[in-house]
Design a protein around this ligand. Structure first.
Ligand code: NAX
Length: 354
């Protein structure tokens, strides 16, 4: 059997991790024959809760799970990592300004980026989930200069899956028959779910999404707002943010990095923009359509972009530029992150969580 892959999950005592860890530990992400060492990072006050999570993982008696390492220390958590899934972040507290939230997260992701730089393998693949995911990812990447920026990505796969599923339900088919939706931009309500290149497989034949759905007004209206607002709708209904679907999307994202995308399919993820694709400004983590081979992503270039799409792609880019500029201004002046209070009332976090 192969050597174990060493995988870090941060925010490991939280609700997404509770859905995520079982799937990783049983082989859904890194392969059914790939042993795993799981490193679980959370903040010091959460160590007793994390102990319970460790007990449950042990009680699953999973053949691939070789080791579980709970910790609140960066030098333990980031050591020799093959993969890092950064879920934990500062949630919005009552009365907290957006700027203060960003500042607290810059402090967390700067420090985690520095730890990656210092302790992880240079080949480590880093997936940022904690919100604001795109900007947190950029800050982590900037703080780890010895690791290629291409090794960093942020999660927009949940938005991608939401979009595929909306189209599938509209056509009365399974989501596996919908491919190549695109999420452009920020994992926020300015994201642009785009179906202009999406194909729906009907009776064995690929049909353009607009022809399969036959409702342009819906595709250009309610479909987009439903996907953009889906996180808020889940919070309203569940009084907690998406966790099961977020965990599934994290698995899809990391599995595709590890094993590649299928021929002819692309998926969405937030990756580093060099300014050379689709007129998106450089130095942003922006969600693009990508294919993945040999653990390396490539933006799908050359897709036609109409005026409708252009305006929406630019709007979400503008939001990211502003967020980046504010975050970068905090880089030199960040204070130590305070321990966050997890499991806050969901409504308080509404704006920060999608
Ligand atoms: P929870 O509040 O249940 O758990 C978060 C955990 O992170 C807590 O145990 C907390 O103690 C820990 N934590 C906080 N600061 C930390 C630090 N500096 N180092 C290590 N651990 C730390 O939140 P949960 O529902 O699990 O959501 C986690 C994050 O995912 C949130 O930021 C949320 O907004 C974000 N999401 C991102 C999504 C995406 O598509 N990109 C979708 C789902 C989710 O909303």
């Amino acid at each position: 059997m192969a050597e174990p892959v060493r995988v870090l999950v941060t925010g490991a005592a939280g609700q997404i991790a509770y859905s995520l860890l079982y799937s990783i530990a049983k082989g859904d992400v890194f392969g059914k024959d790939q042993p795993i060492a799981l490193v679980l990072l959370d903040i010091a006050p959460m160590m007793p809760v994390l102990e319970g999570v460790v007990m449950e993982l042990q009680d699953c008696a999973l053949p691939l799970l070789r080791e579980v390492i709970p910790t609140d220390k960066g030098e333990v958590a980031f050591k020799d990592l093959d993969a890092a899934i950064l879920v934990g972040s500062m949630p919005r507290r009552d009365g907290m300004e957006r700027k203060d939230l960003l500042k607290a997260n810059v402090a967390i992701f700067k420090s985690q980026g520095e730890s990656l730089d210092k302790y992880a393998k240079k080949t480590v693949k880093v997936l940022v989930v904690g919100n604001p995911a795109n900007t947190n990812c950029l800050i982590a990447a900037k703080s780890a200069p010895s690791i290629p920026k291409e090794n960093f990505s942020c999660l927009t796969r949940l938005d991608h899956n939401r979009a595929s599923s909306q189209v599938a339900m509209r056509c009365g088919i399974s989501a596996e028959f919908v491919k190549n939706v695109i999420i452009w931009g920020n994992h926020s309500s300015t994201q642009y779910p785009d179906v202009h290149h999406c194909k729906v497989n009907k009776q064995g034949k690929d049909v353009a999404c607009f022809d399969a759905v036959k409702d342009e007004a819906w595709l250009k209206g309610d479909f987009i707002s439903t996907v953009q607002q889906r996180g808020a709708a889940v919070i309203k209904a569940r009084k907690l943010s998406s966790a099961m679907s977020a965990a599934k999307a994290i698995c899809d994202h990391m599995r595709d990095i590890w094993t590649g995308t299928q021929e002819g399919n692309f998926i969405s993820m937030g990756v580093y923009s060099t300014g050379n694709s689709y007129g998106v400004p450089e130095d942003l983590i922006y969600s693009f359509p990508v294919t993945i081979k040999d653990k390396t992503w490539k933006i799908v270039d050359g897709l036609a972009i109409n005026d409708f799409s252009r305006a929406k792609m630019d709007a979400t880019a503008a939001e990211l530029v502003e967020e980046r500029d504010t975050a970068v201004s905090f880089l030199g002046v960040t204070t130590e992150p305070q321990p966050s209070a997890p499991h806050l009332d969901a409504q308080e976090n509404l704006e920060a969580r999608l």
